[in-house]
Design a protein around this ligand. Structure first.
Ligand code: NAD
Ligand code: UDX
Length: 465
């Protein structure tokens, strides 16, 4: 088996950064270099103040602090890192296409292709190239085709090694992964490459948790895992709507069904809707792939998960509007939380964006407080929708750094991210300084209904009448 001394990861994002930090911390004899074309991002990774890392993840700064500039390096020298490495991870973004064929559904693979071309250009010796990005099934054949036409006699083994970390728990997920999936060819050199990559993870994970498959199963498993997880959230969210009509309680239902070991208790928390960079993108991609093979029923089935999620977000916004007497123009509504889940500064596809947009359409005055998301990010998310001009977005929406100040003379608060700190607030004082009746719309089922009712709030907890 090849002795690995140098690893390169192309893409210093939410996956590349934490994943490589953990590999470096667990494999002190391997030099790990994470490269990116985004100079600002690399500068942040190299910032002396670890609070300025580009990504907020619990436990990340401690790991980076220990390994950085010892065997963990962040750099924009992409070619140099490719040249040095025996294993190259491709961990670049694969967003939904916004143009051309497959627009709005297919994954945009232009960044992945650029990486493959760059590797082909630079490599002078044999390399193991690892798909860490989430990719449509059969992408490895495209990468192989690009790499095999370099004419420089270098042998490339392409592996698929999708990442299953969830944001907010990335370090814990990496250190204690349920499983690591490695897909590759069944040829002798393919098997050797799979074993070589396995040996990296075996530095800290038991061998039984490292699964080897063929490339296509590995690529497709990633899309399917995300589709199944998102489907659970959409399933429980549709039932939350039914609970609100029938006096059933969604939490009691989650508990009752989750106790069935065949169903299991995880991912049954009703919410304002799922967000994040993966679920929607990966299901849309799955739908696109199924349709492109003529599997209409398969595509329709999975598309429904997205439709149900959109329904949940708009249902929540409509509930706010109808509760506030069908007119929110000029009313001050505070949004607690903008991130797509707690313990991350990531806002991609956050349900908060859709809810804010719907409320802004009605000319509400929106105040946003999130402990980790910057004002620039919030405005960028809204501007990206293109629903209204950026001037209008800035006129109607204010970002506030003080969660108490934000609620002065507010008509309503909507909880859109489940940040723990929201539970610790002095809700009595918040009630006193709000306009009456004071409404709280809890899209994350974070607060205690009895207590909120007793404080005098008109309190709505999603999934409960
Ligand atoms: P990201 O946008 O945070 O990071 C991607 C980085 O790649 C960016 O910094 C970008 O500048 C860089 N990049 C793009 N093209 C490049 C090139 N040619 N050379 C060098 N750098 C380049 O994305 P992410 O969230 O880290 O996701 C990366 C991949 O991992 C995606 O395919 C995603 O679906 C998958 N994934 C993400 C998560 C998650 O929780 N975010 C989890 C599992 C899998
Ligand atoms: C997901 C997958 O969990 C992870 O394995 C994959 O690698 C990337 O995509 P992530 O999007 O980071 O991870 O977070 P996740 O914890 O899955 O939450 C996704 C969204 O679903 C969040 O908006 C979250 O609030 C929501 N959610 C999750 C619910 O509304 N209810 C739940 O019970 C669980």
């Amino acid at each position: 088996m090849k002795k690995i001394t140098h690893i390169c990861c192309i893409g210093a994002g939410y996956v590349g950064g934490p994943t490589m930090s953990v590999i470096a911390s667990q494999c002190p004899n391997i030099k790990v270099t994470v490269v990116d074309i985004n100079q600002q991002r690399i500068d942040s990774w190299n910032d002396d103040n670890l609070d300025n890392l580009p990504i907020f993840e619990p436990g990340l700064k401690e790991i980076v602090g220990k390994a950085r500039n010892k065997n963990l390096f962040f750099s924009t020298e992409v070619d140099k890192a490719i040249d040095e490495a025996q294993i190259i991870f491709i961990s670049v973004n694969t967003p939904t296409k916004t143009y051309g064929k497959g627009k709005g559904q297919a994954a945009d693979l232009k960044f992945v292709e650029l990486c493959a071309r760059n590797i082909a250009k630079v490599a002078k010796d044999d390399k193991i190239v690892v798909e860490k990005s989430t990719l449509p099934v059969r992408t490895a054949s495209a990468i192989k085709s690009i790499l095999q036409h370099t004419g420089n006699k270098v042998n490339f083994e392409i592996l698929s090694n999708p990442e299953f970390l969830a944001e907010g728990t990335a370090i814990e997920d990496l250190l204690n992964a349920d499983r690591v999936l490695i897909g590759g060819d069944d040829t002798p050199s393919g098997q050797e490459a799979k074993d070589t990559l396995s040996s990296i993870y075996e530095h800290w994970l038991p061998k039984e948790r490292i699964l080897q498959t063929n490339v296509w199963s590995s690529e497709l498993s990633k899309l399917v895992a995300n589709a199944f997880l998102a489907q659970r959230v959409s399933s429980i969210n549709t039932i939350s709507a039914l609970c609100e009509k029938t006096d059933a309680n969604i939490q009691e239902i989650s508990r009752a069904i989750g106790y069935d070991s065949r169903i299991g208790s995880k991912f049954l928390n009703a919410s304002v809707g799922f967000g994040g960079s993966c679920f929607q993108k990966d299901i849309l991609n799955l739908v696109y792939i199924a349709r492109s093979y003529g599997l209409t029923e398969v595509a329709d089935y999975w598309e429904q998960v997205i439709i149900a999620n959109d329904y949940q977000k708009s249902r929540f916004a409509e509930h706010i509007i109808s509760s506030l007497y069908n007119t929110i123009s000029g009313k001050k509504i505070v949004l607690y939380g903008w991130a797509f889940k707690k313990d991350t500064n990531d806002t991609r596809e956050s349900p908060a964006i859709a809810v804010a947009d719907a409320l802004l359409d009605e000319n509400a005055e929106i105040i946003v407080y999130d402990p980790k998301v910057t004002a620039d990010r919030i405005y960028a998310d809204l501007d990206y929708l293109g629903t209204r001009s950026s001037e209008e977005n800035r006129k109607l929406l204010t970002v506030c750094n003080d969660p108490m100040d934000a609620t002065k003379e507010a008509h309503a608060i909507a909880i859109l991210t489940e940040w723990d700190e929201f539970k610790t607030y002095d809700w009595k004082s918040i009630h006193e300084q709000m306009l009456k009746p004071a409404f709280v719309f809890d899209g994350r089922r974070l607060l205690d209904k009895e207590k909120m009712d007793s404080l005098g709030f008109n309190y709505y907890k999603i999934g409960q009448s």
